[in-house]
Design a protein around this ligand. Sequence first.
Ligand code: AP5
Length: 210
Amino acid sequence: MNLIFLGPPGAGKGTHAQRLMNELGIPQISTGDALRQAVKNGTELGKAAKAYMEAGDLVPDELVIGIVEERLKADDCRKGYILDGFPRTVKQAEALSGFADIDVALNLSLADEVIIKRLSGRRVCLKCGGTYHVSTLNGREDCANCGEKLVQRKDDSPETIQNRLNVYAVQTAPLIDYYQQKGLLKTVECQPEATVEENYQRVREALGIA
Ligand code: AP5
């Protein structure tokens, strides 16, 4: 199954994509993770992307499209993949249609006020990609999966979160119509009070794997 996870920042794309990756045995391809890794390694791509990311703006399309096109050629994508955070503009979606056949674009929807709470309390593991929320960590500061110290992402500050939401509304939300018109869209209304597992069940049901 070739999947796109659409949705605003903090809707749970990465959280649910990781679970699905483990369940279906197909890779999660996160352009955000790839770009953060490039920044960490100080590559040319990372140097070009850093300022955009820290401001909560989108990295230019031409820098991102090539990453995904190359990644999808790898052997582990033959049985399917989950695109997490790509495409994010109509231009990216049009480019994607030239090198991939998408089965479902899953739109995770969540209210802005919940997103702000989630992102400001998010802690991540830069080693294995684990994602947590302070409300469930009980004071723990290391990754339950690999033991690495958890950190707060630079773009999870209140002003940057607001800019990311604005950028999403203007540049990425039009993809909901784009995939609706192609007959590929499914939407999961994520419930603010539901646990991660409960919302993940909704994702599975929408994909017909429940
Ligand atoms: P990226 O890393 O893709 O960030 P994003 O889209 O803003 O998404 P997030 O990772 O912030 O949120 P998420 O939906 O994955 O939520 P999560 O699962 O962590 O991109 C970062 C930057 O890279 C962009 O701003 C841009 O600059 C650049 N970039 C990336 N892709 C690009 C592209 N294609 N084009 C151009 N630029 C690009 O969940 C959030 C929190 O909520 C966590 O703490 C989690 O534990 C918690 N949570 C989740 N579900 C629940 C629940 N049910 N109950 C309680 N807490 C929950």
